[in-house]
Design a binder for this molecule. Structure first.
Ligand code: SAM
Length: 657
């Protein structure tokens, strides 16, 4: 509420009266506002419970009948139904030799051959015969119990509360001390006692959220029921429901909502002048994906930036520069072939409204995109795209913006996101302010570089300057020069935007010659392997110390072998110690000062690399796009069939044994 300043001349006799009257007025206004808020809250409280009760009733009216129907529809039709009624079987006389093979002639009736079986299509009701192939395999030992791990191509943030025991590994197994496990981990409760929720409850809650946030029948002064309102009055939180819905296929019922529908409501709707459907769809979709460029998973919880506004890119190169970059016309309608392009005015080109909207949307979404490529997306001639782009983004404006003075950062900055600073590293969200980045930027205040995920400009003073290894024209030379590369020295993976190496070899034919997918050396850059994720063939089998990883092909020195992906914990003191001492296996890996990786339940083949003091594998923690990731490389040339081994370090053995 705005405060009022009342000017009362000194020495006025009525000074006290005026002040008192003013205070009364302010108090009255305050009381009015409080009352109005209380009334609003009361309306919301009643409304939320009304809808909750209503949806609950509707769901439980529908459920018994629906379940019954499902069960009936799943029942297989017995081939004997025509010959015998249930009663006939039930009332077989005792001692009567009812030949069971009569009723269960499986081979001749339901199974046309040994290697096939019949399934009934749930939707069409038609039976279908599935043929299965039989493979004879050699004897293989199963994984020990509890050691099947969830495969993952990236780190996953552990969201569970470490004070809650989710399950007891090896529970009931002789030799495993459950009490020690529970005692050492200091759990405060068991998940199955405290936090179990019937999955139907989530379906009901999601429907309630949708109905309430879209409620058209609200009292006028209750503008819109928000997630905060719902959290306050109903026995669930919207965040929890949203998360659960994103993790499972929820039940479809007549009142049901899809995850997409409630997720749409959870994000701020972007106020955009771009009202076209194309733009709206892109905006809505964008908000569900992680803004980290190397991640872009839906509702990512590792990076957990929520909510975030989609990035609206600005042009950074002039149309003249775009033209200079195209050496070969893309076809007869390429702008490069049009000599007198300047005299073709856009207005003379006939575009229907719908098409011009598509061209507009595409050009604004990818302002620096080559016209030749955008023309394929828009299905319009290339010169039209080029002309439209030149008209929309004037070269002079782009140059002006480019030369705009960016605030100088005076304080010498010691960034903590380099590898040798890992002990000080704390993960942070990318800055998302409108910019430009200066001493008030959250990245600067956290002593960290801006990354590509921040969406700031390439000229941002907080972005690291990339390497300039582009002069190195071939793969071999590049790998040899790795030690000289500024990014490599600082344990940064090259940023394709900042490091010129990737575009160093311009000629496509030449690039192909230097590509070596196995070394991750595409277009000459050998320092983007984690981002590219190219792996040699390996297999997991019984090794020298339990399961191990073996090369299935020759691997060259320095080739990328994989990323150590696992569950990521914020606490440094994740122990799982009773499990280590029972199984003798420990998958714990310190990533930096604030994060620990533990591949005990989530990981990939790299979790099976065994230890050796004469390793053929090297591990390196790299900064990729503002976050730490662990990469494995071949320490030397590796022969086909060799086991991959790396040195865990002394600390590992002190910690685990
Ligand atoms: C990251 S796991 C490696 C995969 C493990 N062999 C498996 O079967 O899952 C690390 C564990 O493997 C075992 N291990 C690996 N290298 C070893 C070595 N050189 N000597 C003894 N045990 C080793 C230890 O039990 C260690 O805690």
């Amino acid at each position: 509420m705005a405060s009022h300043v009342v000017y009362v001349p000194e020495g006025t006799a009525d000074q006290d009266d005026i002040l008192e009257a003013h205070n009364n007025e302010v108090n009255l206004q305050l009381e009015g506002e409080i009352l109005q808020d209380q009334q609003r809250q009361e309306v919301i409280r009643k409304r939320t419970w009304e809808v909750y009760k209503d949806v609950w009733d509707q769901f439980y009216n529908w459920e018994p009948g629906a379940c019954e129907q499902t069960i009936v529809s799943l029942a297989a039709v017995s081939p004997y139904e025509e010959r015998h009624s249930d009663d006939e079987y039930l009332f077989d006389e005792p001692g009567h030799d009812s030949d069971i093979s009569d009723r269960m002639d499986v081979d001749s009736l339901s199974y046309p051959s040994e290697d096939s079986f019949t399934v009934r299509d749930f939707e069409t009701g038609r039976p279908e015969t599935m043929v299965c192939s039989t493979f004879k395999i050699k004897h293989c030992d199963p994984y020990p119990r509890y050691f099947a791990c969830t495969p993952s191509s990236c780190n996953i943030l552990s969201t569970h509360d470490y004070r809650i025991c989710r399950f007891i590994p090896f529970g009931g197994e002789p030799g495993f001390n459950e009490l020690e496990y529970i005692g050492m981990e200091e759990f405060e409760s068991f998940q199955w006692q405290d936090h179990w929720r019937d999955p139907d409850e989530y379906v009901i809650a999601a429907t309630v959220i949708k109905q309430l946030t879209e409620d058209k029948n609200q009292d006028n002064f209750v503008e819109r029921i928000t997630y905060e309102d719902i959290d306050k009055y109903l026995p669930f939180t919207c965040g929890e429901v949203l998360y659960e819905m994103s993790q499972r296929d929820s039940l479809l019922w007549p009142g049901s909502v899809t995850f997409g529908e409630i997720a749409d409501n959870s994000r701020p709707q972007i106020q955009s002048s771009e009202k076209s459907l194309f733009n709206q769809v892109i905006n809505n979709m964008q908000q569900h994906f992680c803004p980290y460029i190397d991640c872009i998973r839906p509702l990512c919880i590792l990076h957990a930036i929520s909510p975030w506004e989609p990035h609206h890119p600005q042009p950074s190169i002039t149309s003249t520069e775009i033209a200079e970059g195209v050496t070969k016309p893309c076809g007869p309608s390429c702008f490069k072939t049009k000599k007198n392009l300047a005299s073709i005015y856009l207005d003379q080109i006939t575009l229907s409204n719908q098409i011009s909207q598509v061209v507009h949307d595409t050009v604004t979404l990818a302002p620096d995109g080559p016209s030749c490529d955008l023309s394929v997306i828009c299905k319009r001639p290339c010169y039209e795209i080029y002309l439209y782009r030149s008209k929309l983004f004037k070269d002079d404006d782009i140059l002006l913006e480019r030369n705009r003075l960016i605030p100088k950062i005076k304080k010498p900055q010691k960034f903590v996101d380099y590898n040798d600073e890992v002990t000080n590293f704390t993960m942070k969200d990318p800055c998302t302010h409108k910019g430009p980045c200066s001493t008030t930027c959250p990245c600067f205040l956290a002593n960290m570089h801006c990354s590509r995920n921040c969406f700031c400009k390439l000229s941002c003073p907080l972005r690291p300057s990339g390497c300039t290894c582009y002069k190195s024209k071939n793969c071999k030379e590049t790998i040899e020069r790795k030690a000289q590369c500024k990014c490599v020295k600082n344990n940064w993976e090259c940023d394709p935007e900042l490091c010129r190496l990737v575009v160093g070899v311009k000629n496509k034919q030449q690039r192909k010659k230097y590509d070596d997918p196995q070394s991750g050396c595409i277009h000459g850059c050998a320092n983007t392997v984690l981002q590219k994720g190219l792996l040699p063939a390996t297999e997991v089998k019984q090794g020298s110390f339990g399961l191990g990883v073996f090369a299935m092909q020759k691997i060259k020195k320095f080739n990328f072998l994989g990323e150590y992906t696992a569950e990521s914990f914020w606490r440094h003191d994740v122990t799982h110690e009773p499990i280590w001492s029972y199984t003798g296996l420990n998958y714990n890996f310190g990533l930096n000062s604030s994060q620990n990786l533990d591949a005990i339940t989530v990981g990939n083949v790299t979790r099976y690399f065994n230890h050796s003091v004469t390793p053929n594998v090297l591990a390196n923690t790299l900064v990729v796009n503002g976050e730490h990731r662990i990469a494995f490389y071949a320490a030397r040339d590796i022969k086909k069939g060799e086991e991959l081994l790396f040195n865990y370090g002394d600390q590992y053995w002190q910690q685990s044994h």
